[in-house]
Design a protein around this ligand. Structure first.
Ligand code: DAH
Length: 355
């Protein structure tokens, strides 16, 4: 076939199809025209395409180009008619919907690793009979220091080590914020405050844990952050001993880290104003249980100081108790092999999505 014939034939087809699509008045007519001109099996465009095989080899590029132009024009006329009759939306949406494609996975939200750690700790301590309670993050002098037997002269009260709060006057002047007792308010520096709050309200026996945020003006580095979390435990009853403290901590660590392998607890003598005697708690997390093998520092503990029991109206001749306070971040970081505490608080979803 001569190239000129092929071109002429397509010109006619294009004109005819454009006119036909321009004239259709309803969806049925449009569909009929669609089948007639661009039907995949026996449409006229398909038919014209056969001519492409019959032109001289040298004319093929020009013929192909012409064919594509005519095809684009005819399809545009079809699309215009579809749009005009508002039937296109459905047809093209159907055409674009490929039922064989795999679905797009939904991104599921997750709890923050610290929240997961806290929930797990609560659950384990719950099984050991400890009720989880909460206390305020803004604390007064009494609960953060005095009742915990931390004397006025104690360095723990230093303004450089605590976030004391201020109120702003209308003039913009800052004044120390004070509680009902006229003493300064601060962001709690330890969860031991909750021991006092619980004992003040509840007669013995008590058996609680409290997990929450504490604040200290530390410069952020790999192991420090101005806000972090502690788990505080308190048990007060008749005849409570240090052996029970050690077994409770061992059972807690065993449940948290141990699996089938034994986790060991070690006490080192220490000092805290609110316990006597006081110890530093280390845990040995065996290598075969996925641990690091060495001793790892968990936090502080001890037998509740009689002065603390007296401060809340308990009689130290009648009851004794133990208390402990462990760092939540440290445990979470060891568990997941996170090296820098700041990673937990940068809120990078790529990091957080791993847990
Ligand atoms: N409150 C202590 C701290 O923040 C930790 C602590 C030590 C809590 C001994 C206790 C305890 O309950 O008995 O460093």
């Amino acid at each position: 076939m001569a190239l000129s014939d092929f071109i002429a034939q397509l010109d006619v087809l294009e004109a005819e199809a454009t006119r036909a699509f321009g004239a259709v008045a309803d969806a049925a007519a449009l569909e009929a025209a669609r089948v007639e001109y661009v039907g995949a099996k026996a449409g006229k465009l398909k038919e014209a395409q056969q001519g492409l095989g019959k032109v001289d080899k040298a004319d093929k590029p020009a013929a192909g180009k012409k064919f594509n132009e005519a095809k684009t024009a005819i399809e545009a006329a079809l699309a215009a008619a579809q749009e005009r009759l508002a039937v296109g939306a459905e047809t093209s949406a159907q055409a674009a919907f490929d039922i064989t494609r795999p679905g797009r996975p939904l991104r599921l939200g997750k709890l923050h690793p610290i929240t997961q750690t806290i929930e797990r700790m609560k659950e384990i301590m719950g099984r050991l009979g400890f009720t989880a309670v909460e206390g305020p993050e803004i604390e007064d002098n009494w609960h953060n220091f005095e009742a915990l037997n931390i004397p006025l002269s104690h360095p723990a009260r230093d303004p450089l080590d605590n976030f004391y709060l201020a109120t702003a006057a209308a003039s913009g002047e800052l004044n120390e914020a004070t509680g009902p007792d006229g003493k300064p308010l601060l962001l709690r520096s330890q969860t031991s405050t909750v021991q006092i709050r619980v004992m003040e309200k509840t007669p013995p026996p008590v058996r609680i844990v409290s997990l929450g945020r504490v604040y200290r003006p530390d410069t952020a580095d790999a192991t420090h952050y101005p806000m972090f979390h502690q788990i505080e435990g308190l048990l007060v009853d008749r005849g409570v001993t240090m052996a029970e403290l050690k077994s409770t901590l061992r059972m807690f660590c065993q449940a948290y880290f141990g699996g089938d392998d034994d986790v060991h607890i070690r006490f080192r003598t220490s000092f805290f104003p609110f316990t006597e005697p006081s110890v530093e708690v280390d845990m040995n997390w065996p290598k075969k249980a996925g641990g690091t093998g060495g001793w790892m520092e968990m936090g502080g503990a001890g037998m509740v100081d009689p002065n603390v029991l007296r401060a809340v109206g308990y009689d130290p001749e009648q009851v004794t108790g133990f208390a402990f306070g462990l760092g939540v971040e440290r445990i979470c970081m060891r568990q997941h092999k996170v090296r820098d505490i700041r990673d937990l608080y940068t809120n990078d979803v790529r990091f957080l999505a791993q847990f």
